[in-house]
Design a protein around this ligand. Structure first.
Ligand code: NAG
Ligand code: NAG
Ligand code: NAG
Length: 240
């Protein structure tokens, strides 16, 4: 019965199942033959449809051991990002990913972004002291402030992930806050670059290059968070 339903569900019911009215006294043998053909069509068609259906959907246990396979888990999570390569290489830390569920991978992405940006926090001052470009100076001072803001927004996000036993790492409400903070952190980096550009700063390209990784890591983190529901489903998990 199931296979027949599936078959009908595909909308391919053979028109001869519902033969147009012919002569009222159709020969019984033809009627029986038609019924048999219809029945066979339905059964065979249904079986094929069921098989197609089976192979079209994911095998039920495609990710049975995702969490115990960090590299594979990471590949799945990083596939939602705009920079999957940088996502994979920056998060490929099997020590910290022994329990590689999406929430932990997101947490790690946040820390990786913070570490990268923290390394850049002295860049604006270093550039100010090195260059004799007064047009750059005010823009670089702004950059220093903006980087600081970004770091606190990422720090606040990371702090929100640290919860006591039994508490939820992510809730829908928390996701909303985290998205605001992380995208704010990203916007700040853009604002810094825009400021240097407006001033026609000679260090624009250098800053852009040095910010590239930070920008990618923050973007990756935001992408993982924004797609967390989809990612969790792939792990057969739900937001609690
Ligand atoms: C991640 O690390 C594992 C184990 O160290 C290694 O086999 C794999 O090639 C690495 N993958 C990437 C994308 O760096
Ligand atoms: C940050 O700088 C330290 C010291 O120079 C270095 O060891 C570390 O790998 C850097 N981290 C990142 C994420 O670039
Ligand atoms: C988040 O990641 C950091 C850095 O790897 C780690 O120290 C911290 O324990 C992680 N927090 C959670 C809740 O997993």
């Amino acid at each position: 019965m199931d296979s027949i339903k599936i078959f009908k569900g595909y909308g391919k019911v053979n028109p001869i199942e519902d033969p147009p009215p012919t002569h009222p006294k159709t020969k019984p043998i033809i009627a029986v033959a038609i019924s048999l053909i219809v029945l066979l069509t339905v059964v065979i068609g249904g079986t094929i449809a069921a098989l197609i259906h089976e192979s079209a959907t994911e095998p039920p246990d495609e990710f049975p051991s995702l969490s115990s396979n960090p590299t594979e888990s990471l590949r799945v999570v990083c596939s939602v990002t705009q920079y999957p390569d940088s996502c994979l290489s920056s998060l490929n830390n099997t020590c910290t990913l022994t329990r590689a569920d999406p929430e932990r991978i997101f947490n790690l992405s946040l820390h990786v972004a913070m570490d990268e940006l923290r390394n850049l926090s002295s860049l604006p001052k270093t550039l100010i002291s090195k260059s004799n470009d007064p047009r750059s100076e005010s823009a670089l001072n702004d950059c220093a402030d903006l980087f600081g803001d970004s770091l606190s927004q990422l720090g606040e996000s990371a702090a929100a992930m640290e919860v006591g036993p039994g508490e939820k790492m992510l809730t829908e409400e928390k996701i909303g806050d985290l998205k605001t903070w992380i995208s704010g952190a990203m916007t700040n980096l853009e604002t810094c670059v825009d400021g240097l550009e407006e001033m026609g700063s000679t260090v624009l390209d250098e800053v852009k290059t040095k910010l590239q990784k930070s920008n990618e890591y923050i973007s990756n983190s935001l992408a993982i968070l924004s797609n967390i529901q989809t990612v969790l489903e792939k792990f057969h998990l739900k937001l609690h």
